[in-house]
Ligand binder design. Sequence first.
Ligand code: LLP
Length: 389
Amino acid sequence: MSQFFFGKTDLVQLTANHSRPFYFYNLDDAVTRARAFMKHGTRVHYAMKANSNARLLQAFAREGLGVDVVSLGEMQKALALGLDPKKIIFSGVGKDREELESALQHRILQINVESFEELQHLEAICQERRAHMDIALRLNIHLEAPTHKNIQTATPESKFGLDQRQLPDVLGWLKASPRRVKLKSLTVHIGSQILDVPVFEKMSVEIGKIYSGVKAQGFSLERLDLGGGLGIDYKTKGEDDLARLEQYMKVLLQSHATGAEIMLEPGRFLVARMGVLLAKVVYVKKTADRQFVILNAGMNNLMRPALYQSYHRIEPLAPREGSENYSIVGPICESTDVFAADRRMNVVERGDWVGIFDAGAYGAVMANTYNESQLPAEWSVLNGAMEVT
Ligand code: LLP
């Protein structure tokens, strides 16, 4: 019997009892990464949109992390799992009345406001309810992050954040009369899957200057929220990850002298590596010029390759002699349902399992039921205990 270890788990043994595609998470890896973030003494609010698995969220909460939520559903899930409301922050461009009211009612730590319109709406709700709310203004500082254009968030065309040119008007409005919203923080998030550390330095310097300027105008700012966005190199197994994290933390913590407490909202970096999507080969289909490996998992289970042409390592679990060039695809009736258009991979046969790696972030959370498919199960191991949650 062959073996294929992922952390301490033998994936060959794990797949033996399965027939449908499923995710497997090595939560010990995520906990190690959470500790690497936390040791720098910043407040870490995990962006739970990356992976909202209940067991993962509870493990992070035990490590002292808070969460960054972007919807009522995420906030309710975090609260239902017993997460501390004082460690919840709420981001997103389209928070509606129900979401804002719920945030007030649960007395979460902070709402990250993304427009003048949202600010005025929130103030009106606070007045109706005679409540106060701590806020951060999320600024769009017009910085183009070197990443796929679909996941840049700080260009002038982007819907995210308050355009920095509107800041003077917003500050004027805040000062004009006593407000129930209390400006405690500024925040910035320039995009996701960013490997270039210098651009984070630039971001940090820019927002640091703005922060000092706002403080000089008499606002009692306390915290600077520097968002998320640190990427991983999907072509590697993560040998460089922790060194990149150290550089990132160094530039974020040293590039401004604001005296602010630093908050971060990492998602991908914490959870991408812990996850693998396991899928079975349905057919190896040969045509005149191609060989297709058709899996039982597709873009319904993992959308990233179809949406962002993203690269994921794919490896067969069974050791077979030789390698071939394959198009590795899913069963969904869409031409974009392709995991890798032309990939050299060890030989596979019908019925073999493959692992699609680094799928812990933006994998299961973006899965859907297109073609009336079922959502994939999520298995995980933590401290040697296997569970499905
Ligand atoms: N904070 C805010 C306000 C965000 O919008 C995001 C991600 C994060 C933090 C966490 O960013 P991270 O550390 O994970 O880069 N589905 C795409 C990624 C979308 C990211 C959305 N916002 C993908 O699969 O690449």
